[in-house]
Ligand binder design. Structure first.
Ligand code: ADP
Ligand code: MN
Length: 171
């Protein structure tokens, strides 16, 4: 049994996973693991996908890399997918959600256009990540959180921080 919880922060690109995870790591002193950065830094991929403009994540390599770290507990994992991690890794799965027009602005600011932009907006409209999370983890550990504004983010961080405190004192 781990003494600190592992939390997965997931959601469509642009919903605020990295910003929220970083703030949460500050507040809780849990370790923020950004899967995108890890994949790049440790070359846990099978090359670059020209069409999707992203690395082709090697899911086995990522899981091998993280197994021991996750066993130790105390991690915030930040990723836009959630179906390939072992279910036993996580005590809480947070799915961030953002209103379409707001997400659209964030993604265009990030330089997304064309198919990449529409795919991500559709991903959010159809709640793909929420469905994926519910399919992959027990429904009672999955929580959707609105991430439209800075106020939303602060309140999400406060809520999760309180949950971590409670979890740590009862486990
Ligand atoms: P993700 O990691 O999910 O792709 P980021 O954390 O990189 O998203 O956030 C994308 C952009 O949106 C950043 O410029 C960030 O500052 C902004 N942002 C993220 N969450 C919020 C929020 N709740 N309110 C306002 N701006 C936000
Ligand atoms: Mn990110």
């Amino acid at each position: 049994m781990r003494s600190k919880p592992n939390i997965l922060v997931t959601g469509t690109p642009g919903t605020g996973k990295t910003t929220t995870s970083a703030a949460l790591a500050e507040a809780t002193s849990l370790r923020h693991i950004n899967i995108g950065d890890l994949v790049k830094d440790k070359k846990l991929h099978d090359g670059w996908d020209d069409q999707l403009e992203c690395y082709i994540v090697n899911e086995d390599l990522v899981c091998d890399e993280l197994e021991e770290i996750m066993e130790g507990g105390g991690n915030i994992v930040d990723h836009h997918g959630c179906d390939f991690f072992p279910e036993r890794w996580f005590d809480r799965v947070v799915v961030l959600q953002t209103e379409n027009s707001i997400l659209y602005d964030r993604l265009t600011k990030r330089g997304y256009s064309g198919a990449k932009l529409t795919n991500n907006i559709e991903c959010e409209i159809f709640q793909v990540l929420l469905e994926e999370a519910k399919d992959s983890y027990k429904e009672e550990i999955v929580v959707a959180m609105k991430s439209d504004s800075v106020d939303d983010m602060n309140s999400n961080v406060a809520t999760i921080t309180e949950w971590v405190r409670t979890w740590s004192s009862t486990n």
